[in-house]
Design a protein around this ligand. Sequence first.
Ligand code: S3P
Length: 432
Amino acid sequence: MKLQKIHRLNGEITVPGDKSISHRSVMFAALAKGTTVVHNFLQGADCLSSIACFESLGVPVENDTAANTVRIHGRGLYGLKAPKSVLDAGNSGTTTRLISGILSAQPFTTILTGDASIQKRPMARIITPLSMMGAHIESQNHNGCAPLIITGAPLHGIAYRSPVASAQVKSAVLLAGLYADSPTSVLEPALSRNHTELMLSAFGADISSTKNDDGSFTASIKPAHELFAQEICVPGDISSAAYFIAAGLLAEHGSITIKNVGINPTRDGILRVCDAMGANIRRENIRTEGSELTADLTITASALKGTVIEGELIPTLIDEIPIIAVLACFADGTTVIRDAQELKVKESNRIDVMVQVLSSMGADIEATDDGMIIHGGKPLHGAVIDSHYDHRVAMSAAIAAINSDGITDIQGADCIRISYPAFFDDLHRLCV
Ligand code: S3P
């Protein structure tokens, strides 16, 4: 994909449904009694992997792709069937980790794998707590990664202290906790996205979350007898909106409105960072859709200044750090990102890859052990970019490209279909 400078962006878009919420809607609905209807489902490759896995487990799913509406005919907590072949989670870490929590309690053995990237991502972080609960999980290549061989077993409740603030780890353990013989809790050092807590509660689970005196958080769940089907309206994904927030701030002229964006406080770190950088973003029509806070955002070109991003803010913007690095290149002064070592185990090593990408475009950026330091204000120029087949790297590079001199060629840009199939259509719409 070849891109060049765009001077003016103007107009209104709606970004696709939230990826985390779309995944969870399929999984929780599969375990519920009755038919769940999901509106504004993200038709990205990752969420389609979740649908395919549950279909293989015997859950009927009707996906009306034209209307973005999915109907999941739940099988109940004990109604999943042994899959006939290996489950393929594709590129999706959320599918792999969350489904492992569910499979740990089923009365059959499943082999779960994914693409080359998934087979390198750390699964010990879920194998450890799920094994403490009594699950039998083996990494087929004995390297702590997928393929995983999961044999369901009777599970016991645990009080797990997670070393990382990870919603995927937390959710895997809480889902296993639905099947345990006593309550289960997960303590995390900072609050990661809480969609599982909000949505499982709506499906009828007894689940709660508390802030501890030392700033850590504990989510607790009681064993469940039944979950109940829901009607879900998925808000627009703030992680997808982030690219157009950045595009609107960096454009020389114009203003962009993004309708119906999820602004759950465990996900809105990008907005808080933009505020700190001096961005002009208006939040309007703030409302609650189901259990999720949403708003319309209007973004106007702004002069940005550098900032420091660290600590408990990190889990609230973990997927947005690649695009924040792009913003920082155009800001006045230095931006420091620390406490973000989790970036190394995403779809690519996002610290090294973003430093490579932005350096090759002329940025003054260096990698640190747990983040990056970016001295902003140097003009960027076009380059040939390797996306490393990481959708967030490819979209971040695209926004850098439309603010750079010359032509940028992003190789492997088709990975964008993982989370935002219509990304280039929306960009095009804002240009005309
Ligand atoms: C996700 C949690 C985050 C995030 C990922 C989606 C989720 O991962 O990076 O894109 O849906 O729970 P971690 O839990 O590993 O931080």
